[in-house]
Design a protein around this ligand. Structure first.
Ligand code: NAD
Ligand code: ZN
Length: 267
């Protein structure tokens, strides 16, 4: 609180500073890896201007998504929940992928086998040029009817005042995101677990590591001997098991990591 009134604290300056000296041991691990996995959470999109749920500036400090992001809340008040999602889509529509998303997309081009597993629903990895992104919690631009399950892209939803209505059966149309109390898409979870188990290096980026099963993936990678690197300005439960923690914003840390890797490799 004080720091937002009086400007940046020393800690903030450190987070923003590109003055990061990485251990060449990390570059060796990246260099010899045949499979690199990046697990991302809301933190990677924070620098694009999308609020996180947790963390110092998280959305939960202002309102409680549990009260909105669940099926009962939607059925009780579909208009209110739909408006909240419309608001979140508007935020996402008006932001751009940041240097963190772009650095991961460059890594996918440069290295043979880089998998991105995300808990985000914002599609910013894809907009940054990443392919084959495993979306564990769905995507806010996809929608489906709660009754007949007909699928709707954002673009083929008819503009509506409140909750959109299915043109096949008259049911409410909801966003294709995983709400509290719902299961994750099984295929995505299975795929993510296979990748985590075969990763040589795993980056855990901008995730608080409290939402399961996603939070189990770094642990799974580690138990299969992956080198685990966390990128997060704040301490999390994953910090406790990480081989290396970069306490910095991902939009600064990831491009810098690539730069330093290139200097190490080619000079
Ligand atoms: P979270 O909100 O629980 O935690 C965010 C983490 O990011 C915190 O640990 C915070 O310290 C860290 N962080 C903040 N700024 C950062 C930065 N610049 N660089 C790196 N790290 C930063 O996020 P989560 O773990 O992804 O939790 C889960 C749920 O929130 C998911 O289900 C996800 O679907 C949903 N969510 C998604 C979005 C999105 O799509 N952009 C936004 C908010 C929430
Ligand atoms: Zn329907």
């Amino acid at each position: 609180m004080w720091q937002s009134i009086f400007g940046k604290s020393q800690e903030d300056e450190k987070m923003d500073s590109p003055n990061l000296q990485l251990d060449p041991f990390l570059f060796e691990q990246v260099d010899k890896a045949s499979h690199i996995v990046a697990l991302t959470g809301a933190g990677i999109s924070a620098e694009s201007g999308i609020p996180t749920f947790r963390g110092e500036e998280g959305l939960w400090k202002i309102m409680r998504p549990e009260e909105l992001a669940n099926f009962d809340a939607f059925m009780e008040n579909p208009d209110r929940v739909s408006e909240w999602y419309e608001h979140r889509r508007e935020i996402i529509d008006n932001v751009e992928p940041n240097p963190g998303h772009k650095a991961l997309a460059s890594m996918q081009e440069e290295f043979d086998y880089v998998t991105i597993i995300t808990q985000n629903v914002d599609g910013l990895h894809q907009r940054a040029g990443s392919e084959n992104v495993i979306e564990l919690h769905g995507n806010i631009y996809r929608n489906y009817c709660v009754d007949c399950k007909k699928r709707y892209d954002y673009n083929n939803l008819r503009p509506s005042e409140g909750a959109p209505i299915c043109d096949e059966c008259g049911g409410y149309i909801r966003p294709d995101v995983v709400w509290f109390g719902e299961s994750l898409p099984m295929a995505a979870v299975n795929e993510a677990e296979q990748h985590a188990a075969s990763a040589d290096v795993m980056f855990s980026i901008g995730t608080s590591g409290v939402v399961y099963p996603a939070a189990g993936l770094p642990r799974m990678a580690k138990s299969h001997d992956a080198y685990l690197v966390e990128i997060n300005p704040e301490h999390t439960d994953i910090s406790l098991i990480a081989d290396e923690t970069i306490r910095m914003k991902s939009g600064i840390a990831l491009p810098e990591l690539l730069n330093q890797y290139h200097s190490w490799k080619y000079s």
